[in-house]
Design a protein around this ligand. Structure first.
Ligand code: NAD
Ligand code: TYD
Length: 342
């Protein structure tokens, strides 16, 4: 069996770390290099024990995708066969406060990776994108791959720019690129600034649950394991130059998710606190994922009932994991385990 060297960027984050575990478990033909800058969102505790479980198959490199010299040196040293770019600044609220880091990582970083992939003849480049590039829907309709790109936040605008640079790499240079656009994910290891882990952890601590606006904004939720499975499917079977939407056909208004979480935890709805709305808050996202089903045979395996119960159980069992994030202690993990300066 020929082993492939896969570069995963942003693998210490939520989806990237789930992806690494899942790929090493289900694919014996991939060895993985995880390149991560370890921003506030990067947490190597998500991958604790992986080197022991998969000896020789997992390598960590601390670095920035927007640092061109560093990226070129890394590509000279390691002949990567394939790349999946998860690395991003990913939180809409942070992009409203300060957009520049989003442009540097999400736009410049993606182009630097594309340039290196071209120079070093990487055989596949998969860009992990978001449905937020399509903007906001009214009460009806779905995002297809043909829906015009109309991002509304600095985060989604930077992700749109990245998608367009990937498109340009295909059309201009004939690069072997693939793009996925997924709806909102939930599951283990999600940073507790995002809706579901924030609400679970606050509810467990009997703290207020801040619901933006009227709570009737709708998101289409997909379990992270289904997302990772879809990414592997596109990597293995996707057609270069194509975009694949990924979604769970699972729309929920925020307030209904929050109430569901409280119900499953046996906590009171009096914890719900309506707060000022997010500026430019997209009203509804809903994905039409029929192309990936029709062309590549992928569809989600989790029902929301199973997925949300499992997720709540995970955050209950991994109390220490999110408490260390909330206290900032998780930032010491790299120093302690890799014995280098942060
Ligand atoms: P995350 O914020 O949890 O993780 C991002 C990771 O990227 C972190 O480990 C961080 O340290 C790393 N990183 C940031 N800047 C970097 C840089 N310059 N160089 C190297 N590493 C850097 O994000 P996530 O939720 O895991 O999302 C991963 C990807 O999936 C992102 O591209 C995001 O846009 C996309 N996506 C996320 C969702 C979702 O619901 N979370 C949905 C669709 C698409
Ligand atoms: P989020 O998890 O930030 O994902 P995104 O904005 O990328 O969809 O938010 C999901 C939804 O939950 C979104 O409509 C904003 C809302 N929300 C709240 O109501 N309260 C919160 O504290 C957070 C973080 C989000």
């Amino acid at each position: 069996m020929t082993k492939k060297k896969l570069l995963v960027t942003g693998g210490a984050g939520f989806i990237g770390s789930n992806f690494i575990w899942q790929t090493l478990e289900t694919r014996s033909d991939y060895d993985i290099w995880n390149l991560d800058k370890l921003t506030y969102a990067g947490n190597l505790e998500n991958l604790s024990g992986i080197e022991e479980k998969y000896p020789g198959r997992y390598h960590f490199v601390k670095g920035d995708i927007a640092d061109e010299n560093f990226i070129h040196q890394l590509f000279e040293k390691e002949a990567f066969d394939e790349i999946i770019n998860f690395a991003a600044e990913s939180h809409v609220d942070r992009s409203i406060h300060s957009a520049t880091p989003f442009i540097i990582t999400n736009v410049l970083g993606t182009q630097i990776l594309l340039d290196a992939a071209r120079k070093f003849s990487v055989r596949k480049f998969l860009q992990v994108g978001t449905d937020e590039v399509y903007g906001s829907l009214g009460d009806t309709g779905y995002f297809t791959e043909e829906t015009p790109l109309q991002p509304n936040s600095p985060y989604s605008s930077s992700k749109t720019a990245a998608d367009l640079l990937v498109r340009a790499a295909f059309h201009t240079h004939g690069m072997p690129v693939l793009t996925t656009r997924c709806s909102n994910n939930y599951g283990p290891y999600q940073f507790p600034e995002k809706l579901i882990p924030l609400m679970i952890s606050n509810a467990l601590g009997d703290k207020a649950l801040p619901v933006y606006g009227d709570g009737m904004n709708i998101r289409d939720w997909l379990h992270v394991k289904d997302h990772c499975d879809a990414i592997l499917t596109v990597l293995e079977k996707g057609q270069f130059g194509e975009v694949y939407n990924i979604g769970g056909n699972n729309e929920w208004a925020n307030i209904h998710i929050v109430k569901k979480i409280l119900e499953l935890l046996g906590k009171s709805e009096s914890l719900i606190t309506y707060v000022k709305d997010r500026p430019g808050h997209d009203r509804r996202y809903a994905i039409d994922a029929s192309k990936i089903k029709r062309e590549l045979g992928w569809e989600p395996s989790y029902t929301f009932e199973t997925g949300i119960q499992e997720t709540i159980d995970w955050y209950v069992e991994h109390h220490d994991w999110w408490l260390r994030i909330k206290s900032g202690e998780y930032l010491n993990y790299y120093k302690q385990h890799y014995e280098m300066e942060l």
